[in-house]
Design a protein around this ligand. Sequence first.
Ligand code: FAD
Length: 279
Amino acid sequence: MIPAPFDYEVAESVEHAVELLGDREDTKLLAGGHSLIPLLRLRFARPAVLVDLGRLDGLRYVRDAGDRLAIGALTRHNDLQHDSLLQEHCPLVSHTAGLIGDPQVRHRGTIGGSVAHGDPASDLPSVLVALDAELVVHGPDGERTVPAGDFFRGVFETALGPQDVLTEIRVPKLGPAGWSYVKFMRRAQDWATVGVATVVRRSNGTIDHAAIALTNMGPTPVRARAAEGALKTEDDVAAAAASVAAESDPPSDTSGSAEYRRHLATVLARRALEEAIGG
Ligand code: FAD
């Protein structure tokens, strides 16, 4: 279908984007367009104005920020996948970016768009929740930082207000921690039926820190706290995986029932934890 008519504005800076968002009602930001354009074409979204962020090249970067890496919101999935800083210090992000869609999607879609869209089937949001990432937001009152765990509020709902622009994502350097993102999909290059992100730190067989977050197991990324608590030693993987779906509220849809997803999450969590602990 053809989108409903809209006005088109080009943002020359983040401040300009905030200003343009404030000027008119029912305005939407456009980044890679790989979530928004399909919605426009189906007329599920009918914004009066599109504000294009595409010329803000200053928001495409991965930078060393001490114990963290800072990622500009307009950095494309393909650039995340091949970035040497991410590959060295936070390979969970580059690995997961390489699992998103197909090459065309990865060459246009951005991390900021993926996060701001708030789709529970997207891969990077649960990874950012498992990493305890921070999201930097610019709005009419200036800049604020939102923990990833507080950012996702519901299906397609986030902490972003109508005049907010997501500008940066900060992820920790993982050092020797084990990590994994395991995704099950019905067809190659598809969205996750379920995904599991893990970060595990251990010493002498004891687990010092475990973070587990689930994709498409609820309206937002689900932090599996019960499973994290059950993982005290390397021998607890099966028991932890068995409780991974405890806090979830998975949907039933054409990709699988809620019950199927709970089972799948258990299987994938076991694989993900084994990978993280083995790695
Ligand atoms: P856009 O479509 O431009 O924007 C999406 C939303 O975010 C809009 O509401 C927009 O207003 C808002 N927005 C964008 N940037 C900002 C910003 N900086 N600040 C505030 N709001 C902003 N994703 C996966 O995770 N896994 C997959 O397997 C996968 N498969 C896909 C397959 C296909 C065929 C397609 C078309 C998409 C797929 N995607 C998948 C989605 C893809 O990752 C998108 O690129 C991503 O979800 C949105 O990023 P974008 O830059 O295209 O955002």
